[in-house]
Write a protein that binds this ligand. Structure first.
Ligand SMILES: Cc1cc2nc3c(=O)[nH]c(=O)nc-3n(C[C@H](O)[C@H](O)[C@H](O)COP(=O)(O)OP(=O)(O)OC[C@H]3O[C@@H](n4cnc5c(N)ncnc54)[C@H](O)[C@@H]3O)c2cc1C
Length: 456
């Protein structure tokens, strides 16, 4: 068997893996990225191709290197189609947003990490972790073209995506690492890249449309005026959808896709849950989809993966420098994630929970009754207070949905309480249990208010 030794072994050449590898390699560490795909296929990832926050990505891979894959930077609003109520809501999206050529972007990330000094081993499927009896992870075991390969590393970064096999293989019973993970906290999604002969009228918008169930939606994201990423997904605790058939049906009913050709098809699962309570164990860190770093209301996970990759690597560097890859050393990574986006995603998860309990017709009726611009103001101002105008307009138009509005209002209060609690995320592993107990009590109140089945 071939054995390799590195400071850091990163599993997965996706967004989290590439940013982690680039960050650690820039600090002079020996880094390997182990990827199961071939060199040609690496970077080909199922995605809606919408990149939010493109203006402020971690600089381990300079923005100038990935920018050429931003094929549409003219998108400035969401277009919510609600056919049941013959309504189209247009809601401005703040911040920089780009629709990208995802394969090209994936290749550019790999090139960025490679230029930073990381080594890439393709065609190499990780099958197990190397773990001491006390639970310390010392690397991974893999197969390359049928041959066994072993990687020994001070820190192993799990960036293997949403269905990471590493976490099935490792024993985390002596660690804080979050193992409260089940299929019902995931979304199953599928997308096609579709080319149309004429430019679509909505090339400056991300188009969303609800599926028949509240916890699912279709999307049409314009990579360019004539190249559209069309897809759909549903939360896996709902009745399964026939993704390909349902997408085809919707495409057939839209005039703009009459003479369309399908250029690419891919499907995958993505976590639509709160971030892991802890994504560290001795010698081990998980980042990106492998640690639930996805916005659970939109399914957007590229930005979270990029930052988590960087933060994970920064702690890995510290662990290598001090020779101490313990949970205590790696813990700051959890704090960093919670501080930057984890708290917000945990708050948004409350709305994902709510969406599994609310009646889809009620929800659409309510959305259709609200004035779009004012709704955007309420959404993005960060305030719990609706403006008086919105209140009055809504009160008149939304008569009949008041019970739903009240549930939303109560849920929003609880989401804010939950975010306050995440703001007090512990600064050491020993305090995690107490913090989790209080959080779980809050979650019980959320299930009671929303009427949703417990998600965790
Ligand atoms: C259909 C769909 C639409 C989406 N739309 C959007 C969107 O519009 N915007 C957005 O921001 N996010 C979107 N997401 C989510 C986003 O794609 C992910 O959050 C993001 O790609 C996560 O990056 P990652 O690096 O954690 O994992 P991934 O990108 O999944 O990378 C994981 C890598 O690990 C490799 N790997 C896995 N197992 C092994 C193994 N055992 N051995 C070796 N290598 C392994 C894989 O081959 C892969 O290259 C979407 C997801 C899906 C499924």
């Amino acid at each position: 068997m071939t054995t390799h030794e590195y400071d850091v072994a990163v599993v997965g050449a996706g967004t989290a893996g590439c940013y982690a590898a680039a960050t650690a390699a820039r600090e002079g560490l020996d880094v390997v990225v182990i990827e199961r795909k071939t060199e040609q296929e690496a970077g080909h990832i199922a995605c809606g191709d919408a990149l939010k926050g493109a203006d402020a990505f971690p600089d381990a891979i300079p923005k100038s290197q990935i920018e050429p894959s931003f094929t549409n930077t003219g998108v400035d609003h969401g277009r919510f189609e609600i056919p049941q109520h013959d309504t189209v809501l247009e809601i401005p999206i703040p911040g920089e947003l780009a629709v990208i050529d995802r394969f090209d972007y994936g290749k550019r990330l790999i090139e960025g990490a490679d230029r930073a000094g990381a080594e890439f081993h393709y065609d190499t499927v990780v099958q197990d972790v190397n773990q001491d009896d006390d639970g310390h992870v010392r690397g991974v075991r893999a197969r390359r073209k049928g041959n066994p390969v072993e990687y020994r590393a001070t820190v192993t970064v799990d960036a293997a995506g949403s269905l990471s096999l590493l976490q099935d293989k490792a024993d985390f019973s002596a660690a804080t690492f979050d193992t409260n993970v089940s299929y019902s906290q995931f979304c199953s999604a599928y997308r096609e890249i579709v080319e149309v002969p004429e430019e679509v009228e909505w090339k400056d918008a991300l188009v969303f449309k609800p599926t028949k169930r509240a916890a699912g939606y279709l999307w049409y994201f314009p990579r360019t005026g004539t190249e559209i990423n069309a897809g759909l997904g549903f939360q896996m605790n709902e009745q399964p959808m026939k993704l390909v058939e349902d997408l085809r049906r919707d495409l057939r009913n839209r005039a703009e896709f009459a003479d369309a050709t399908v250029k690419d098809k891919l499907g995958a699962a993505l976590p639509t849950r709160r971030p892991y309570d802890s994504a560290v164990a001795p010698g081990f860190v998980a980042a990106g989809d492998a640690a639930g770093h996805v916005n659970p209301t939109t399914g957007g996970g590229i930005a979270g993966a990029a930052y988590a990759g960087q933060y994970a690597a920064e702690r890995a560097v510290r662990a290598v420098e001090t020779g101490d890859p313990s949970e205590e050393t790696l813990w700051k990574y959890n704090e960093r994630v919670m501080d930057h986006f984890g708290t917000r995603y945990a708050g948004l998860d409350v709305y994902n929970v709510l969406s599994t309990a609310v009646d889809v017709d009620d929800l659409m009726g309510l959305l259709a009754a609200l004035p779009g611009e004012k709704l955007a103001e309420a959404l993005y101002s960060g305030s719990t207070q609706m403006s008086l105008l919105l209140k009055l307009q809504s009160a008149i138009k939304s008569f009949g949905y008041w019970r739903t509005i009240w549930t939303f209002y109560e849920t929003k209060q609880l989401a804010e309480e939950l975010m306050d609690h995440y703001g007090r995320y512990p600064d050491s592993p020993s305090a995690l249990d107490g913090w989790q107990s209080e959080r779980d009590e809050l979650m019980d109140r959320i299930y009671e208010t929303t009427g949703a089945e417990p998600k965790y």
